[in-house]
Design a protein around this ligand. Structure first.
Ligand code: IMP
Length: 190
């Protein structure tokens, strides 16, 4: 018999992994840490669409500090597999803000292979910002293929495919308030 908390999204089952309350608590903590670290620095948060929209909204509201928020859009996942290639859909050239001498915080939903962040960090560095750090909701250290280490991480997780809290499978599941993992991953010890 199927457990009642299993969700069918397209052709895959997902089960709860991190609750809405856990997300709320941890993201609030992270926001407070950022507010302390960036006091008087007027950081510019560059939020990566689509996946970071929920995390970014919660994070920025827990940051009691003067900041600006802008959005970039990249895409590298096809269903549940990284294509390894990042498509620039709404890039840096579309930003209104000048990045020179700014304190930048890249806000990501998840750092998986690190390909997206690695490319973006290189591109951002060429604009001579005062500093760049990465704030990510989730981090899969065992999937990482690039020499990067996000400074602000809400949760490090095993190499599971996850949805919810803005993350999707085939563009579904973003609305879920907590994080869910693919039930097949849950059974295979990753
Ligand atoms: P990376 O370039 O491999 O680090 O992947 C970055 C992007 O892939 C993230 O911003 C997500 O949009 C997507 N992604 C990676 N892992 C997952 C996952 O487990 N669930 C949903 N999307 C994911």
């Amino acid at each position: 018999m199927k457990p009642s908390n299993r969700l069918l999204i397209q052709d895959k089952y997902f089960v709860p992994y991190l609750s809405e309350h856990q997300m709320y608590q941890r993201v609030k903590e992270l926001g407070k840490q950022l507010a302390t670290d960036y006091k008087d620095k007027k950081p510019l948060l560059l939020c990566i669409l689509n996946g970071s929209f929920v995390f970014a909204a919660d994070l920025v509201r827990s940051m009691d500090t003067v900041c600006q928020v802008s959005f970039l859009k990249y895409s590298s996942y096809v269903k549940d597999q990284s294509s390894g290639k990042t498509k620039d859909l709404l890039g840096i050239q579309g930003l209104n803000e000048d990045l020179k001498d700014r304190h930048l915080i890249v806000v990501e939903d998840i750092v998986d292979t690190g390909n997206t962040i690695n490319q973006l960090l290189k591109e951002l560095s060429s604009h001579q910002p005062a500093s760049i750090e990465v704030a990510t909701c989730l981090f899969k250290p065992s999937a990482l293929k690039f020499d990067i280490s996000p400074k602000y991480v809400a949760f490090s997780i095993p190499n599971y495919f996850v949805i919810g809290y803005g993350l999707d499978y085939d563009n579904y599941g973003r609305h879920l308030a907590g994080i869910y993992i693919c039930d097949e991953d849950n059974k295979n010890d990753k």
